[in-house]
Design a protein around this ligand. Sequence first.
Ligand SMILES: [Zn+2]
Length: 278
Amino acid sequence: MSGNDVESAVDSIVDLVNELASHRPIQAVGVGLAGLMHRFDDTVRHNAFLGWNDVPLAAMLRRRIGAPTVISGDVRALAAGVQWSGPGRGLDHFAVVTVGVGIGLGAVLEGRILTGAAGNAGLIGHLRISDSGPLCQLGHRGCASSFLTTSAITRGIGVPLGIADLDLTAACALAAQGNDVARRVFDDAGRALGVLIAEVVNMYGVPTVVLAGDGLGMLEHADPAMNESLAGHLNHWATPPKVEVFSSDFDEWARGAAVVACQWLLVDPPRNSPSNAG
Ligand SMILES: [Zn+2]
């Protein structure tokens, strides 16, 4: 993709679909991306990473491709992939918590992905963890993102140590060397993740929580604090969940978007617009 503008994105997706269509017929197209969606609608409501607001992406693609096209939030898509062929296969109740650039939740209850009225259920990234702590990019003090995103971790370590452009691998290396700042920041991140997992289990009663996302490298050093925090925040009557780590590269997110398209065609009939027929 040559840029973040909508036309470039549409061109890139159409090129890819055309390339795949030369091998086998395309029945439907699924696109997963971060941000807020309108469920089964044409519109990406808001995507901060791309700077998009109210972009009718599905309709634009459908016109160019001529096949049904469905867009979905990336975490919902990943959860669909986890349910279809990943560690959630065969499970009726589980949650996927993603850690990386952002923090996300996809919940599967009674075999169905919880989407909410507008397809945006699972916005746990700014859940209040503590009354004190760093500020997130939205100005919340002590929210989950302020402790747990990859940039929160690398900034939390890099700024006091005067290291510009610290990445997660280097941050982990500092923790492995016993650096006090790094260990404290990973402990805080682990505690935040433990609270998130506990609250998800308290709310939804899921016996399994799958951790995914490109920021999971933090677990190597945050795991003890996470487990302690999880145990401390679980409701007295809640059953401790099985926590699974799912290594999800880009393909898993993309496969999940394709699964949403398959489910949309096979399970959930298109329900809101004649134009969805292509
Ligand atoms: Zn926040």
